[in-house]
Ligand binder design. Structure first.
Ligand SMILES: [Fe+2]
Length: 374
């Protein structure tokens, strides 16, 4: 029997000194759209049909001296490919559950842990989504939870903390939020800006500019800062005056797009105002912790996505613009490809649609989901 590895085992290999060789056997369009990446990942894309037709040994890129992990959409054709490799004397294993399992892999990384509080960044590597667990004493606040809510419950249990508050920085369009469900399951308060919830069917506590939550006996301050521009009600959270959870407003190397809920011009103007007032007032030594990253190279040497405000300022000319018309022109022109299924995802996050877990997984896979076959 060929060796099967879990996503956790794959991640360990990705973090190891020698790294990992991945042979992705999905169609090339699916591979181009979405694949496993990392600075120590050597990635090959050869479909099963080709491996079968020409034989694995005719592909000289596939190393014989190092383990090769095969990957497909759900693990079935990858198992077949790994068997062919093993038959020919290669060291092969396959990723159990394939890209589906990878999509649901969340990894907690410590940003800060001192005697008063801790911030953990929960990295969802497949989607570049970042959520946060802030703890102090026995209390925890979860920010921008993904839909796999049991990950946060398990992590809180492991840390010995109780989830008392769940916050969404905004109504997400690119992934299904777990915020509301997590709050319901844990009895926590669910906070979101009232400007984000028009048409929503769930209960929430309105998160407004200047709202301060305190955490633990140390009364760690989590300060809500209204930073519209990505969406009208986007909030950022300043923790202990030192860490800015910037949602999709400010990234390590960019700003949030303004087009996802219509009103692109209006939102771009709002973003200009946010950048020149609220963001401009953030001190240089504050660490920016965004809601997304776009490239694994944004992961810093400590293993999380975050940089000081001074570095973020240095790298982003948009943060220095003074001409509003120019800024809006760039912001409107820079929007790129719309996230797949975003209207459906918004409707789910508003509580207007209730698809099954399987349907939710499919919706998050990507534009090529029809092509993601075994
Ligand atoms: Fe967003």
């Amino acid at each position: 029997m060929v060796k099967r590895i879990t996503v956790e085992e794959l991640k360990k290999r990705m973090d190891s000194k020698q790294g990992v060789v991945i042979l992705d056997v999905r169609p090339s369009n699916a591979y181009q759209e979405w694949r496993i990446q990392g600075d120590k990942v050597r990635s090959l894309n050869i479909q099963n049909s080709k491996l079968k037709e020409f034989g694995v040994e005719s592909f000289s890129d596939i190393p014989k001296q190092q383990e090769v992990v095969t990957v497909c959409a759900r693990g079935i054709s990858a198992q077949e490919a790994a068997e062919w490799l093993e038959e020919k004397g290669y060291q092969a294993s396959y990723l159990d559950g394939g890209m589906s399992a990878w999509s649901e892999f969340y990894e907690p990384v410590t940003v800060i842990k001192n005697e008063k509080y801790a911030i953990y960044q929960i990295m969802r590597l497949a989607k570049g989504c970042l959520s946060y667990v802030i703890t102090s004493g026995q209390q925890a606040i979860i920010v921008d939870a993904g839909r796999n809510v049991e990950r946060y419950e398990d992590f809180a249990k492991q840390l010995g903390v109780k989830i008392t508050d769940v916050i969404d920085t905004h109504l997400h369009a690119d992934h299904i939020s777990g915020g509301n469900e997590l709050a319901k399951r844990t009895g926590a308060k669910y906070w979101i800006s009232p400007e984000e919830t028009v048409g929503a069917t769930f209960n929430f506590v309105p998160l407004k500019d200047g709202q301060t939550l305190t955490l633990g006996e140390a009364k760690i301050k989590v300060f809500g800062l209204h930073t519209p521009g990505h969406t009208i009600g986007s909030m950022s959270l300043l923790v202990d005056d030192k860490y800015l959870l910037s949602g999709d407003t400010l990234f390590i190397s960019g700003l949030g797009r303004s087009d996802l809920k219509g009103h692109v011009q209006e939102m771009a103007h709002k973003m200009f105002e946010t950048v020149t007032t609220k963001i401009a007032a953030i001190p240089d030594d504050v660490i920016v912790l965004p809601g997304h990253y776009s490239d694994f190279q944004e992961i810093n040497t400590a293993g999380y996505v975050g940089e000081s405000m001074s570095t973020v300022r240095k790298n982003n000319p948009m943060l220095h613009m003074t001409n509003e018309t120019e800024f809006v022109k760039i912001a409107v022109g820079n929007v790129g490809v719309t996230p797949p299924n975003h209207e459906t995802i918004i409707a789910i996050n508003r509580g207007q649609l209730h698809p099954s877990k399987e349907e939710q997984a499919e919706l998050e896979v990507g534009p090529n989901r029809c092509a993601v076959k075994h």
